[in-house]
Design a protein around this ligand. Structure first.
Ligand SMILES: [Zn+2]
Length: 258
């Protein structure tokens, strides 16, 4: 495989990620060196925070437009608060966000054999030309790869009936009640299952970088691109296996490196 080293950048507001566990998991599958680092945002410059803040999107139905970040929004980036404590969801253009991170990776590390994987609590979205709106994404592939834990929670859909229930009565109390009714059926903030599910997205990031194909169309494969929370749980928590094609690809990648 072309990757010799993978650098995992932590997201401290999401302790469920468990980088040490992920490191062990990866070394069992890939013959690569793994390095764990602090949050990519730690000790960053004002210029970096300003650029990140300017990757925000404000209208789901409009393509990304360059804009200058407000002082208030730059400050929010610096504080990096726990998303579960935020009242309003902030959205970012995933590719703009990725480009900004890429810009700030040191030259000597910005090389093909080193794959940078950035964990973030920020909700990355991509604009879909088919329906002309932004959609939340858990993974923005390539190098650097961005894995959004908020994307895991918000991108795959909850049960259909959940949304119907919400539509019938839309008050704060009612939302709480409905969430209780469906508890366990979808990921929540600080859900302990995030740790295991992260492994699947991590594999997708690596396979995408290696082969140019991130997702698998088979539900019984860890590389399956789940559009529903229930499918995410199946491929990442219950089944946890690879389809035949991807199992072969993994073996091939391993053999190539020896
Ligand atoms: Zn597969």
């Amino acid at each position: 495989m072309k990757t010799r080293k993978i650098i995992l950048y932590n997201e401290p507001t999401v302790p469920e990620i468990q980088l040490k566990t992920l490191e062990k998991f990866l070394t069992e599958i890939f013959p690569v060196e793994i390095e764990i680092r602090e949050n990519f945002f730690l000790d960053s410059t004002d210029n970096f925070f300003e650029k990140i803040a300017s990757t925000r999107i404000f209208d789901l139905k409009k393509q990304f437009e360059k804009h200058n970040a407000s002082i208030e929004n730059i400050q929010i980036e610096k504080e990096n608060k726990d998303m579960s404590a935020q009242e309003e969801m902030t959205l970012y253009d995933g590719f703009e966000f990725q480009n900004t991170i890429a810009e700030f990776i040191p030259m000597n590390e910005n090389v093909k054999d080193t794959l940078h994987i950035i964990f973030t609590n920020k909700l990355t979205c991509t604009f879909d030309e088919n329906d002309f709106r932004y959609h939340a994404r858990a993974l923005i592939g390539s190098n650097p790869s961005i894995i959004s834990t908020t994307g895991m929670i918000e991108a795959p859909a909850k049960p259909k009936q959940y949304y119907l229930d919400l539509m019938i009565n839309f008050s704060k109390n009612r939302i709480k009640e409905i969430n209780k009714k469906y508890k366990g059926e979808f990921l929540e903030y600080h859900d302990s299952r995030i740790s295991e599910i992260t492994k699947g997205y991590l594999l997708q990031a690596i396979i995408y970088y290696e082969t140019g194909e991130a997702f698998c169309e088979h539900k019984d494969c860890r590389l399956f691109n789940a559009h529903w929370q229930k499918d995410l749980f199946f491929s990442q928590l219950e089944n946890k296996k690879f389809c035949k094609k991807h199992q072969d690809i993994l073996i091939e990648l391993k053999n190539q490196s020896q």
